[in-house]
Design a protein around this ligand. Structure first.
Ligand code: ATP
Length: 423
């Protein structure tokens, strides 16, 4: 069996290796066995950086965590010397943090699924049980951290060979039925790593894609967010469309060339934002379809508001094409829309004039402030009431259109209004 100790020394921070050795010895002293598992092992073999380390103990994770917390170089239950240990007795887990290193420690467990899409029933198990409950062979590899076999690979599902062949493979025929979030995870890993779905896995994925309906909105939304945080989410969405997975979330969603172009443009302009990507994804949908998706994915808060405004702003966009429209008119049309919605529409719309006006509003018009405020207007003789608000707004519009630029000009305009016009 292959030993990865020298590869670990080459690729992982020395302080982490030292910690893993101490932890492995500590586990052995308690009659337990410790393993490094999951994404960190996969990425070590692929020589990709990964600073999230998952450790699995055959035995009792909190017991080991408490002992490690007392030992050299690891802080206590609270912050100490930049290190942190948190123990969750009831979940059988613990977390260590140091700088940007994050180490999770859990008890090995086996899982059974009472019904598709539900969370599994878990009980303590062996490392092999723990690997068997995982999503794909490439994530089901462990490295033994016991002193006598430190670095030894535990690979019961051929994950090493699948890594070499570039294959995403589920571990058993019912995998997508038990937990259909794996359908979305499969596509995410496939595109991130430039891999392919193994033939039987692809067949079962197509066959069982309707099982996505058994997954709660929160879990689907979480997986969608993970997709949108990847470097090129458009590739995952395109693949999801080809396989009919995207349509399973909502029949009107499309991962097409139009979307890919918009995503790429969004990335050129600024740091990618999953919320902006999602607004672009729903841009072609009707109001009713968006409502459906908000309910299905349980979207709340700012994103919910921004999504809801997309079809409304789309309906107002043609008014922005009027060549005689002044900056104040642009401002008036857009001031009630959230910036997130406007940013998405600016990327999505095809008309250069509409797009430039949306961008001008976002970058400039919405920040324009008058020199005079409400107090100044009162001082100039404007009484309290709706008239004061109206006058402030009119002053802002005058400034937007360049009719006033200095404080004195604003005061002169207010005097003029008080003399007659805007009562
Ligand atoms: P990433 O893969 O995004 O770099 P990661 O591999 O650490 O990170 P997580 O989502 O943090 O992935 O999950 C940790 C491990 O838990 C995975 O490697 C995988 O083995 C397992 N896992 C996560 N979600 C599932 C699931 N739905 N079904 C089975 N195993 C899962």
């Amino acid at each position: 069996m292959e030993n990865l100790a020298s590869k670990m020394r080459e690729r992982l921070p020395a302080e982490l290796i030292a910690f893993l050795r101490i932890a492995g010895e500590g586990a052995e002293a308690q009659g337990q066995r410790l393993y490094l598992v999951g994404g960190a092992v996969r990425d070590l073999l692929l020589e990709r950086p990964n600073l999230d380390f998952d450790l699995v103990v055959e035995g009792d994770a909190p017991r080991l965590a408490r002992q490690l917390a007392k030992g050299e170089g690891i802080g206590g239950e609270n912050e100490k010397g930049g290190e942190r240990v948190t123990v969750h007795r009831q979940f059988g887990t613990a977390k260590f943090r140091r700088g940007n290193l994050s180490i999770d420690l859990v008890t090995a467990r086996s899982e059974t699924y009472a019904k598709p899409g539900a969370l599994p029933t878990v009980q303590p198990g062996t490392i092999r049980d723990d690997l068997l409950r995982r999503d794909f062979s490439i994530n089901a590899i462990a490295i033994d951290l016991s002193p006598a076999s430190f670095g030894q690979l535990v690979d019961p599902h051929g994950g090493r060979s699948d890594l070499e062949q570039g294959l995403i493979r589920i571990l058993h025929e019912r995998s997508f039925i038990d937990d259909a979030t794996r359908i979305l995870r499969a596509l995410r890993y496939e595109q991130r790593l430039g891999f392919k779905l193994e033939q039987n896995t692809e067949r079962l994925l197509r066959e069982h894609k309707s099982m996505l309906d058994t997954i709660s909105g929160d879990r689907i939304r979480h997986e969608l967010e993970l997709i949108l945080k990847e470097d090129c989410p458009e590739q995952i969405l395109e693949r999801a469309q080809i396989l009919g997975v995207l349509q399973q979330l909502h029949p009107s969603l499309r991962g097409n060339g139009w979307l890919a172009e918009r995503f790429r443009e969004a990335r050129q302009k600024a740091t990618p934002d999953p919320a902006l990507y999602l607004l672009l994804l729903v841009y072609p949908l009707s109001e009713e379809e968006i409502e459906h998706l908000i309910a299905r994915l349980k979207i709340v808060g700012e994103l919910e508001r921004n999504m809801r405004q997309v079809p409304r702003l789309k309906g107002d966009l043609t008014a922005l094409a009027d060549p005689t429209l002044l900056p104040s008119g642009v401002y008036r049309l857009l001031k009630h829309y959230p910036p997130g919605t406007i940013a998405a529409c600016a990327l999505a719309c095809d008309s250069p004039i509409i797009r430039s006006r949306l961008e001008r509003y976002l970058n400039d018009l919405r920040y324009v402030k008058t020199s005079l405020d409400g107090e100044d207007l009162k001082r100039l003789g404007v009484g309290l009431g709706p008239r004061l608000g109206k006058m402030l707004e009119a002053l802002r519009e005058a400034k937007l259109d360049g009719r006033v630029s200095t404080k004195e000009e604003e005061e002169a305009l207010v005097h003029q209004w008080l003399g007659g016009n805007l009562k």
